[in-house]
Design a protein around this ligand. Structure first.
Ligand code: MG
Length: 500
């Protein structure tokens, strides 16, 4: 017998296939927008996507569908209960947003994302600023529609991380700020601390780098029949459906780690999607349960695996063939290149420690946006000031500063804090894996070590899709509530060994 058998749930799932199909094609159109779409199509694409969002809303709020979802049924199993939990939450959100608002939001953000891309390329914040102001106005409206108790920002945060509020994240960030700052200062006092790493300056051939990325993906058991990789301005992952997941990376003239880390990061997201129980295909249970848990998967692969010397040892011989400059460096140099701490401008390439200051900065700016206390140009000044305060560096231009991320152009305010949450979660998964399989470093030395770790993640986390709420899942897997100290301890142990 399958996971779904209650006749009413089966009826709901049958109807839901219309929604799932629209959402799948919407994801495909969004992927296309970031990869191959001709530039002048942006305005039309925005209108089209806006209409599709409205159609989706109509299907969710269809009175018959709503009634089916909101009724109580006895004797449901956990999967059937999860279907109702997810759909009820979705309906509750969509009921509050007028269709005109949804359309306007999509239209504006689609256009803004195209303007942003150009503004970033040309280091022209002024061209993006009016769009950012429109988006701030829209998300403030959105928060009003959705409703909130303490702060408008909480209304948005809840969209990305169910049950989390602005004060939850304030407490989380306050509890880690000093620990991180102390560790950073300590590392800066080490004789091994350096601002410059020669490997960052080494130029590479794009074709060779593509080959290395393909090699690494193969090592990670990349399923090319279900997953493809392309190039975009900002790396991302998206699931079109259970057997069609897309990732992207980027290429630069030098500093090959940027491209490679993006591949491993997005692969981590993809694996979560690909490992959903096949029975969940086109149901509300398919895919990752929250943004934080999703990011815990990408950060796990990027950091815990991708920066591990035992993993780097597996790719080193092939890297030397494709990147001839590596001949000049030792394996220790190679490992250090992936594992050094240094405050820098770009969030996605930040080291494991300073990364969180990038998030805290964005969190603090977003909070002010939602309060209506900050316009785009003030935000740029605040960005510069906070970079100085937290990391003691100042971006020389906006491309390396406030224009670096795509999120605000898409109206994704409330998203960034889940990145830190996910990273902290990844250390909790590491701890749980090590309890079952032994030290990650040792597991990676085994021939099938990567597969063992993947099977563990599949069994404990991935296959469940959205069955369990994030907090339930954390408890189920680790036996404990979310605890930021696990990650702080991981950082201290790791980097004190590297630097002292
Ligand atoms: Mg990510």
């Amino acid at each position: 017998m399958g996971k779904f058998s209650h006749p009413k749930i089966l009826e709901i799932l049958e109807r839901y296939k219309d929604i799932a199909s629209l959402e799948s094609l919407k994801s495909l159109a969004e992927w296309d927008l970031e990869t191959y779409m001709p530039e002048n199509a942006a305005e039309e694409r925005g209108k089209i996507l806006g209409r599709i969002d409205v159609l989706t809303q109509k299907l969710f709020l269809d009175p018959q569908f709503k009634k089916l979802v909101q009724e109580e049924y006895p004797d449901l199993n956990i999967y059937e209960k999860a279907v109702l939990r997810i759909l009820r939450r979705e309906i509750k959100i969509l009921e509050k947003l007028p269709p005109e608002f949804i359309e306007e939001f999509k239209k504006t953000t689609t256009e803004a994302s195209v303007v942003w891309r150009k503004a970033k390329q040309e280091n022209n914040f002024d061209s993006f600023a009016p769009y950012l102001q429109k988006i701030i106005d829209l998300v403030r409206k959105e928060a009003d529609y959705l409703g909130f108790e303490d702060h408008p920002y909480s209304a948005l945060i809840d969209l990305y991380e169910e049950g989390w509020t602005v004060s939850d994240f304030e407490n989380f960030f306050e509890s880690i700020k000093n620990e991180l700052k102390e560790l950073l200062n300590k590392i800066k006092s080490s004789s091994k601390y350096t601002q410059k790493i020669p490997l960052e300056e080494e130029k590479y051939e794009k074709e060779k780098m593509q080959q290395l990325n393909e090699y690494v993906l193969k090592l990670l058991n990349f399923d090319e029949k279900r997953l493809r990789i392309d190039i975009s301005a900002h790396p991302f992952e998206t699931a079109i459906s259970l057997n069609d997941v897309r990732i992207t990376t980027w290429y630069h003239p030098q500093d090959f780690r940027r491209s490679l880390s993006a591949v491993i990061h997005e692969f981590g997201h993809a694996l979560y999607e690909l490992n959903s129980d096949p029975e969940f295909s086109l149901t509300p249970l398919q895919g990752g349960v929250s943004y934080g848990v999703h990011e815990s998967q990408s950060r796990f692969w990027e950091n815990i695996i991708g920066r591990n010397p035992a993993f780097l040892n597996k790719i080193y011989p092939r890297a030397k063939e494709l990147l001839p400059f590596l001949e000049k460096y030792s394996f220790d140099d190679f490992v250090f290149y992936f594992n050094f701490i240094r405050p820098d401008f770009i969030r996605v390439e930040a080291d494991e420690l300073t990364y969180h200051f990038h998030i805290i900065l964005r969190f603090e700016i977003e909070k002010k946006f939602l309060e209506g206390n900050l316009n785009p140009h003030q935000a740029r000044d605040l960005w510069q000031a906070k970079m100085k305060e937290y990391l003691e560096i100042e971006p020389p231009n906006d491309t390396l500063g406030i224009l670096q991320d795509i999120h605000w152009s898409l109206g994704y305010l409330g998203y960034f804090p889940t990145y830190s949450l996910g990273t902290f979660l990844s250390a909790i998964w590491k701890e749980a894996i090590e309890k079952d399989l032994g030290k990650i470093e040792d597991v990676l030395k085994e021939a099938d070590g990567i597969l063992k770790i993947q099977n563990w993640l599949k069994e404990k986390i991935h296959q469940h899709g959205k069955t369990y709420q994030p907090k339930e899942l954390i408890k189920l897997v680790s036996g404990k509530e979310f605890n930021p100290n696990v990650f702080i301890d991981y950082l201290k142990t790791k980097y004190e060994r590297i630097y002292f």
